[in-house]
Design a protein around this ligand. Structure first.
Ligand code: PLP
Length: 465
């Protein structure tokens, strides 16, 4: 591309395109022309390692031959048909496959286009369920969510989220939500080990359920890691314990696996890690998937729900039990074709098995070795990892875990520096998520580790003491 074309695009990108979560007065982002595997190439021909997997969704990297082929074949049939009153074989097959891989009695699938919509669907289904089940419980109108949660940017999902920076301005529009503590395994309550912290947080949730259980439509939670909260890791056993409490107090549970599900952590669902630790089986009433569902190719999300919920919506038309909710592109066949290709790969159906869950779990060990070397850096307070998702938390004081003054924008500076070196990362304050393609090679992961080591060290040398 010649220089004047590139300059014009850059200008338009800064003045016409309104970028998500970006201050447009200072915006100066990359413009990507193409990508292959882990690497993005911008319009100037410069290559960048996609260290955020295009916001945590691009599972196997870019231009995956099997997904490309599935899309080409589907394009030869039809790109889109509505799911209001009709369907397409790939959409039906994907729904069936999802119920099979998720299991847990979640037998029904509602498709939408993005993660926020999937959570919003679960919330509305839960709310409506109590109003039309056999013995209605009309007083169940509230939701309980985890402190610091993030479930999306619609008004409903902002209401149940707890990231004050994203919420404050919209406060007058939000509905009232009950919020528990943020289960945080890094900043545990003073003097507690992981097991004690888990018990401590669960006791707090049990108290809330005892006091408010009868007014709750559902409890919402991410499994294992609260992503946008800053990759806050729950103590092991927490999500199993929360599921147990929901059953005990008869409250529905919505699990949001939009960021952590679909193989990203080396298991189909992140909750399986917690099941391994606790020995429990987690059976939520709803499970939300998005992001990696199409390998990060197309916008699609899914809300899976149990038979109990489904049956409460069945009835004569005049009973008004219908779920009056839908999205134009829900169940889009192109996205569904990508979804089926992703499931085939995760289940090891490619000739060499290199995309399988087992291969991802093995790669996570290599990733772990690479991350290990970052722990000793003076401003790295914590390195958190679950499978192929990880994050560094930068702190001013390692011992007290005190963060930097937010106005210094330390995380942003580190990421800008990494970008100049060809590693694209997007910070969450001073937490730096690192989500390479789950198939990044050992060599690529080592390069990511070395580059991070260098840019964090440089930042430390220039950070105010
Ligand atoms: C846990 C979680 N839930 C919901 C969402 C919202 O998904 P989307 O951006 O596709 O609406 C996100 C997005 O990052 C997420 O991390």
């Amino acid at each position: 591309m010649d220089a004047s074309d590139a300059a014009r695009l850059r200008e338009l990108d800064r003045t016409v395109v309104w970028h998500a979560f970006s201050q447009m007065a200072e915006y100066d982002g990359l413009i990507i022309d193409k990508a292959e595997g882990c690497w993005l190439t911008d319009i100037h021909g410069k290559r960048y390692f996609d260290g955020a997997s295009s916001l945590w969704c691009n599972l196997f990297g870019h231009r995956v031959p099997q997904i490309d082929q599935a899309l080409i074949e589907q394009l030869g049939k039809v790109a889109h048909v509505t799911n209001l009153g009709m369907s397409h074989p790939v959409t039906i097959r994907l729904a069936e496959r999802l119920t099979q891989v998720v299991g847990r009695g979640l037998e029904h699938v509602f498709f939408a286009g993005d993660g926020a919509s999937a959570v919003e669907v679960a919330m509305k289904l839960a709310f409506q369920y109590w109003r039309q089940k056999d013995r209605p419980e009309m007083q169940r109108t509230k939701f309980l969510s985890l402190g610091e949660a993030y479930h999306g940017d619609t008004i409903g999902t902002v209401s149940v989220s707890g990231v004050s920076l994203f919420q404050e301005i919209f406060e007058p529009l939000l509905f009232d939500v009950l919020r528990g503590p943020c289960p945080d395994n890094y900043r545990r309550p003073e003097g507690m080990n992981e097991k004690e912290a888990c018990e401590h947080y669960l006791q707090a949730y049990e108290r809330l359920l005892i006091e408010h259980g009868q007014s709750l439509a559902a409890v919402l939670a991410e499994s294992c890691i609260q992503g946008a909260a800053g990759f806050v890791e729950q103590p092991r056993g927490f999500i199993s314990g929360l599921a147990r409490l929901c059953k005990k107090y008869g409250v529905l549970l919505i699990l949001d696996e939009i960021a952590v599900g679909m193989g990203r952590t080396g298991k189909m669902l992140a909750l399986e890690h917690d099941e391994d630790a606790s020995g429990d089986t987690i059976e939520p009433d709803f499970l939300c998937l998005g992001k990696g569902l199409t390998g990060g190719y197309l916008a699609m999300s899914a809300t899976l729900s149990s038979r109990r919920i489904w049956e409460s919506f069945l009835g004569d038309y005049a009973e008004r039990k219908t779920f009056y909710h839908g999205h134009t592109f829900g169940g889009n066949p192109l996205a569904a074709a990508a979804g089926i290709a992703v499931l085939d790969l995760l289940e090891g159906r490619s000739a060499d098995g290199r995309y399988s869950l087992a291969a991802i779990a093995a790669n996570s060990e290599c990733f772990r070795e690479v991350l290990e070397s970052l722990k000793a850096l003076p401003i790295v307070g914590d390195v958190r990892q679950l499978g192929m998702m990880a994050a560094l938390e930068l702190v001013a004081d390692k011992k007290s875990k005190t963060g930097f003054d937010g106005s210094l924008r330390t995380g942003k500076k580190v990421c800008d520096h990494a970008t100049r070196r060809g590693l694209w990362l997007r910070p969450l304050g001073d937490v730096i998520p690192i989500l390479p393609s789950v198939l990044a090679s050992r060599q690529e992961l080592q390069w990511v580790g070395q580059t991070l080591h260098q840019v964090v060290t440089d930042s430390f040398q220039t950070a105010p003491s």
